[in-house]
Write a protein of this length. Structure first.
Length: 388
């Protein structure tokens, strides 16, 4: 399947599985709003002082008749009376605020160079938002200021699209999980990074499990994975130790993407397991697995959480690169003066180039992309390369 088609299919699956739940404001930051929000009150809820000073009525000088602090109940003034007032306090009717730096108080009398006009330095009730007015739209990301607005509008909870829950299964008897590998083993380079990838892609990791190379063990691990999305590593080929395909089919799972025309990572797969769980099957080679994450897992998780896709930006290549006939190439790179310089160590089993990259260049199918050719560039979660 073409790389662009596979990504679209992953996003469609994520969109179809997006749910709604109610969250307290303190738990909703970073979530996507599941429905429009409407204010329960006027903002501000009353005429309020915008400055510290005195609330005065009529012409001066003014006799001080008390204090008005934030949280005090409303009070009234007669002509030529005033109260000391603080920012945020209820402003008396038909008053104005004489700023503290513009007036002087002596023996209970305040004078100023001139009387401020009625309404001066007073925020009028509802001038920002009226009761019942929509303040945030469905699909917006709930940032800290957005949650502050919701609180000011009288809301305690909001409907959100919850983050998808992810279970990761690391398949393979050949993996050493700590220390130096011995015999024919290799060090597991995926389990240390996948939790951080899951978090960076905006999902919640609920479990990480190592699975032995057997059909029964693979079936048990898939059945036991209680999550919205299951991500596996390894076992995507058709070798004698690759049991994933048979395990999924034995459990009446369905493949939506069975291989992608992309290098590295072409054996990656996307499927659906029982219980409406999505399955992203990554190749075992480290860079090929990263390619699978970016191709299938990221758009799936974004859509599951209600987030818009991250659009690529076109940037020129510093140095040319061979393309792959009939397949896209995903090549790690670094931004350099508005252009992208590709790393040289970029084999499917290599991570050294990826370890210093902040972007992935998407090289379309072809024979060769010359220096200066514009290619789509995907910013990695930790990279600020596209800000230059």
């Amino acid at each position: 399947m073409a790389w662009t088609v596979a990504r679209a299919r992953a996003r469609d699956l994520g969109s179809a599985s997006a749910r709604r739940s109610v969250a307290a404001l303190g738990d909703a930051v970073g979530r996507v709003l599941g429905s429009d929000l409407f204010s329960m009150v006027d903002l501000p809820p009353f005429d309020t002082s915008a400055m510290d000073g005195w609330a005065v009525r009529g012409q001066g000088p003014w006799t001080v008749v008390g204090d008005c602090r934030a949280g005090d109940p409303p009070r009234s003034l007669e002509h030529r009376e005033c109260v000391r007032i603080s920012t945020g306090a209820v402003a008396p009717a038909d008053s104005a605020v004489l700023r503290s730096e513009d007036g002087r108080e002596r023996d209970g009398v305040v004078s100023g160079s001139s009387a401020p006009p009625v309404g001066k330095d007073i925020r009028r009730r509802g001038e920002e938002v009226r009761t019942g007015e929509r303040i945030l739209r469905e699909g917006q990301l709930l940032t800290p200021p957005a949650l502050g607005l919701a609180a000011a509008a009288g809301l305690d909870t909001v409907e959100v699209v919850p983050l998808p829950r992810v279970a990761v299964l690391i398949l393979g008897d050949e993996l050493a999980h700590k220390g130096l590998p011995v015999g024919g083993q290799v060090r597991d380079a995926l389990s240390p990074q996948l939790p951080a990838w899951v978090e960076a892609m905006g999902a919640d990791l609920v479990s990480l499990t190592w699975v032995a190379d057997s059909l029964a063990a693979t079936q048990r691990a898939l059945d036991a994975a209680e999550a919205d999305v299951v991500i596996t590593t390894g076992g995507t080929a058709r070798g004698p130790a690759d049991h994933l395909r048979n395990a999924v089919e034995a459990a009446s799972g369905e493949w939506l993407v069975d291989g992608v025309a992309v290098r590295p990572g072409h054996p990656m797969k996307l499927g659906v397991l029982t219980g409406e769980r999505a399955l992203v099957a990554l190749p075992g080679n480290p860079l090929a697995a990263v390619s699978g994450l970016v191709t299938l897992a990221w758009p799936l998780l974004d859509a599951s959480a209600g987030r818009d896709p991250r659009p690529p930006l076109a940037r020129p290549l510093v140095v040319g690169v061979d393309a792959s006939p009939g397949a896209h190439r995903l090549v790690p790179g670094q931004m350099e003066g508005g252009a992208v310089r590709l790393t040289t160590r970029r084999g499917p089993a290599m991570l050294s180039g990826m370890a210093t990259a902040d972007v992935l260049a998407v090289v379309p199918p072809g024979a060769h992309a010359e220096a200066g050719t514009h290619v789509d560039v995907l910013s990695l979660p930790w990279g600020a390369g596209l800000l230059v």
